[in-house]
Design a protein around this ligand. Structure first.
Ligand SMILES: *Cc1c(COP(=O)(O)O)cnc(C)c1O
Length: 222
């Protein structure tokens, strides 16, 4: 068995019931993805649209793709209908566009709302307050072709385990308080958090979807 297949079996064996593994294959060649597929992996994550669109036809049809990168609004039309989930909805404008393009294409898009809780500055993602406010306004009810499946987020890039845990707990708590506030919101259950360095902590804090790249495929060559 190759090293990629080894890594997948080892990581999969540690995942509790109810936690799924996204193999983050960005920057890795299709041969590496095929080895993962051979080890039984069906869920893959990519963060760049062109790379994803090039890989889709080279992999078997039963692969489920998750888009996990920043999606530019002018690229929405090329992505909608191609993936099982868009994990990285980081603005209301992007959400509206995904909904409009999904309706136009006759598909329902499954998406996660991206939360920003980490200390690093970024313009991507909702703060917990912004996301809670979006749901409080009830605007999700006007979506016609989008299923809001939960939240995605990242912890601060730090060696401080207390900060990492606090970030993960904030992500999970935001999802819980939104479902408590919106009883008509069905299936807002997914908590995508945890990467190679911190996924065991994320699982303890309520993750249902871990996104592991380096831990499966090794270092990326940018
Ligand atoms: C690259 C990436 C990952 C995987 O990171 P690793 O540290 O290689 O496991 C997870 N989530 C997102 C959003 C990414 O861009």
């Amino acid at each position: 068995m190759g090293i990629i297949a080894d890594n997948i079996s080892r990581i999969s064996a540690t995942l509790p019931e109810g936690v799924a593994l996204v193999a983050v294959s960005k920057f890795h060649p299709v041969d590496a993805l095929r080895e993962a597929y051979g080890a039984g992996q069906r869920l893959f994550g990519e963060s760049r649209l062109q790379e994803l669109l090039a890989k889709i036809p080279q992999m078997p049809d039963d692969v489920r793709w998750h888009f996990i990168g920043h999606l530019q609004t002018n690229k929405v039309r090329s992505l909608v209908g191609r993936v099982a989930m868009i994990e990285s909805v980081d603005s209301e404008r992007l959400l509206r566009l995904i909904d409009a393009e999904s309706l136009r294409a006759g598909v329902v898009s499954r998406v996660l709302m991206q939360l920003h809780v980490a200390a690093e500055e970024t313009k991507f993602g909702f703060t917990p307050e912004e996301l809670t406010d979006f749901f409080r306004r009830g605007e999700y009810r006007s979506l016609k072709a989008t299923h809001l499946c939960g939240v995605m987020g990242m912890a601060t890039n730090t060696d401080d385990p207390a900060r990492i845990e606090a970030d993960f707990r904030a992500i999970a708590a935001t999802r819980r308080s939104i479902t408590a506030m919106c009883p008509d919101l069905q299936g807002f259950d997914t908590v995508s958090m945890g990467m190679s360095g911190d996924y065991p902590t994320a699982i303890r804090c309520g993750s249902t979807l871990v996104r592991v790249g380096t831990g499966i495929f090794g270092n990326r060559e940018y």
